[in-house]
Design a protein around this ligand. Structure first.
Ligand SMILES: *[C@@H]1O[C@H](CO)[C@@H](O)[C@H](O)[C@H]1NC(C)=O
Length: 350
């Protein structure tokens, strides 16, 4: 026998043994691997749920700085002008989102105004995201104002409601950010109105004016030509409204003021859906809350309303109110105790 043959003869059982051992090892490894794999998958799974939890927490922490809620229905030109003013404004690099809420027509078909929707959809916002929301049914101004801000999950964001016939000053956000920072923790400040011109809600002639040496003032009635709620107050107000409005015998009546008269006439005509703000005015009166207004030179506003024909007005007014053009840092030199005006516009707490 050659050496070669002998080698093969002896090697055969050895190779066989190797093969057996190797197979055993493979089985063992596979078994082991399986538990490793299982362990690995488990860890992965827990990590994944942890990550998901973190993500939902982030949704609040990592939210936007400013949410602009634009309310529209069937005025495409107004909406276009409003959105373009938002493009011109300065946001200092903050995270901004625009929510455009399009209401549906009343009646059987409840259509979305196609041209208005188109204007919203084709708008490009240079400073952030735009979301266009069709309401699923006709909601009117009540639904537009009271159900479009998810205040429960709003985190630290500043929200401002703007109807489509409003335009903003380039500087509106600088002001808004400053007043929120200063007064967000004042329990009796229910929000911030950005308009510069307002009537006196007592019905007295002339416009509301704060004391000349003050850049802002507090007033018992909100202004709806740009309103940014104080979060805590808005939460409580919405909560109260949800219950109070269910009682058919309850009337949000504040004695002796113009809005109550308007409301009564709406009640007579069965059009109470026209005036959501009376609920806010009543709630503020009951709880001694005020809205902060700017008191800038020449009654310039951070927003203006074009007072067009629509739900709030019946005729066009020729001359628009003044919009703030030139920023001065003293506009946000905010006092610890802003003067308080009453419904007539008289200073009651200097
Ligand atoms: C909203 O309404 C418009 C106009 O009717 C329609 O074209 C669009 O698809 C709607 N969008 C959604 C998300 O329903």
């Amino acid at each position: 026998m050659s050496i070669q043959r002998q080698l093969i003869r002896y090697a055969k059982p050895f190779l066989f043994l190797c093969l057996v051992l190797f197979s055993l090892d493979v089985v063992f490894m596979a078994f082991h691997r399986h538990s490793y794999l299982k362990q690995f998958l488990d860890t992965f799974k827990t990590h994944r749920t942890k990550f998901a939890d973190q993500k939902s927490a982030f949704k609040i922490v990592d939210g936007v700085d400013l949410r602009i809620i634009v309310l529209t229905f069937d005025r495409p030109e107004s909406l276009a002008r409003c959105l373009s003013s938002l493009n011109e404004a300065e946001y200092g690099g903050d995270k901004v989102i625009i929510d455009v809420w399009v209401d549906r027509a009343k009646g059987e078909r409840e259509t979305i105004h196609p041209e208005t929707y188109r204007v919203a959809k084709k708008f490009t916002f240079r400073h952030g995201e735009v979301k266009v929301h069709n309401h699923s049914r006709h909601v009117g101004l009540h639904g537009q104002w009271l159900n479009t801000w998810d205040v429960q999950n709003s985190g630290k964001e500043i929200a401002i409601f703007i109807e489509d016939d409003t335009a903003v000053s380039r500087h509106f956000y600088k002001w808004l950010k400053a007043v929120h920072k200063k007064y967000a923790r004042y329990p009796n400040v229910n929000g911030f109105s950005t308009q510069g011109v307002s009537i006196r809600h007592s019905g007295d002639p002339g416009y509301l004016t704060g004391p000349a040496d003050h850049v802002c003032f507090l007033y018992p009635v909100l202004g709806t030509w740009g309103f940014s709620p104080n979060r805590q107050n808005w939460l409580k107000f919405i909560d109260w409204y949800t219950h109070a409005s269910k009682d058919p015998n309850f009337q949000p009546h504040v004695p002796g003021i113009l809005p109550s008269k308007w409301y009564s006439s709406f009640v007579k005509r069965g059009r109470t859906d026209r005036m959501w703000s009376i609920w806010h005015i009543y709630y503020a009166w009951k709880n001694t809350e005020y809205t902060l207004y700017p008191n800038l030179p020449g009654r310039q506003g951070l927003t203006i309303n074009w007072k067009e024909k629509g739900l709030n007005y019946n005729k066009n007014k020729a001359k628009p109110d003044p919009l703030l053009q030139t920023w001065e840092s003293r506009f946000v030199d905010l006092p610890d105790k802003p003067p308080v005006l009453d419904y007539t516009g008289a200073v009651v707490i200097p």
